[in-house]
Design a protein. Structure first.
Length: 146
């Protein structure tokens, strides 16, 4: 279930205001949502029906800017960005399936999260598992190292 929507005039940090302006200028139909205690800004965009993820989420906290995928059984699918220009570039890549989240785990321990392209060659070390999540769900897969 998506977070509760909030009024756009909620007091925000300077970074959150810049991110809100740049994102909502590019995507005016997107809305702000209620944030958790460790978020200043939260923009939540429901995923397509065929996708295995629930939504794309953009958050800020103090000086940090994050973009990620959220879902019931999805952990660690967030990527830190430096500024609004990088954020918008990555959001467009994600929405067009030109970038996807690759999450590496060993057992139940998270190792890393990175972005990959649909044609990138993925190498997996022994005893590790990578899970790839795409916006559309078309490129999702799990690869287990032997």
């Amino acid at each position: 279930m998506p977070p509760k929507r909030i009024k756009p005039d909620r007091p925000l940090t300077a970074i959150a205001r810049r991110i809100r302006k740049s994102v909502l200028t590019r995507h005016p139909s997107w809305k702000l949502h209620e944030c958790s205690d460790n978020q200043d800004l939260c923009i939540y965009v429901p995923a397509p029906r065929a996708s295995k993820i629930e939504a794309l989420q953009i958050t800020t906290y103090r000086q940090d800017i994050w973009v990620g995928f959220v879902g019931a059984n999805l952990r660690n699918a967030f990527y830190a960005v430096d500024n609004s220009r990088e954020l918008l570039r990555i959001v467009e890549l994600l929405l067009n399936d030109a970038a996807m989240f690759l999450i590496t785990e060993r057992g139940s321990k998270w190792i890393e999260t990175t972005l990959v392209g649909p044609n990138d060659r993925i190498s997996v070390k022994a005893r590790t598992k990578v899970t790839i999540f795409s916006w559309s769900g078309k490129f999702d897969r799990v690869i287990v190292g032997r």
